[in-house]
Write a protein that binds this ligand. Structure first.
Ligand SMILES: [Zn+2]
Length: 173
């Protein structure tokens, strides 16, 4: 997906933070960052790998890696008596898994790598147009992305109207 990761991350994190007024800003920061974190591998893809391997095949797009990383971080927090910070690990992990689920709509994601090479891809988008990204922008899945974006903007604007310019999670919408 192209444009829906960040707005979807906003909607997800907002739900997680509904009853955590004081941690809202920190949760939002972690959630938004992690909603796009797997795609930071595009820097490696273009600068180092010179587009030889699809970036969805990097470990940054394998769910088990992130689950293991979250487990380690969570364990460290528990052992060091910082249980209250686990919500940030959850926010990060759920946003990353949401990212990978959304990628799985129109791209191959290896959900069980390294245990299995099986790839999950809900919709195969045919290569009809050039440049390549037009194939995605002109496909019906892009309409879903637009709907997610509009939903996030509507929720954000309603939140701002109720709370001035604070964007906290306590509205009933
Ligand atoms: Zn991605």
């Amino acid at each position: 997906m192209f444009i829906a990761h960040l707005p979807a991350g906003y909607l997800l994190t907002r739900q997680m933070a509904r009853k955590r007024e004081t941690a809202w800003r920190g949760l939002l920061a972690v959630g938004l960052l992690c909603s796009v974190l797997p795609d930071f591998d595009l820097i490696y893809f273009y600068v180092v790998d010179h587009r030889r391997t699809l970036h969805h095949d990097y470990w940054t797009h394998t769910p088990l890696f992130w689950i293991a990383a979250a487990a380690v971080i969570g364990l460290v927090l528990l052992v060091s008596g910082k249980r209250e910070r686990l919500i940030f690990v959850w926010a990060g992990l759920l946003n990353i898994l949401l990212h990978l689920a959304m990628d799985s709509v129109a791209a191959d994601i290896r959900w069980f790598y390294p245990l299995s090479e099986a790839r999950l891809n809900l919709v195969h988008i045919p290569a009809r147009y050039s440049p390549w990204f037009l194939n995605f922008l002109l496909h019906w899945t892009f309409a879903v992305e637009l709907m997610i974006l509009i939903a996030a903007v509507v929720v954000l604007l309603k939140s701002r109207r109720k709370r001035g310019f604070a964007t906290g999670p306590t509205t009933t919408s």
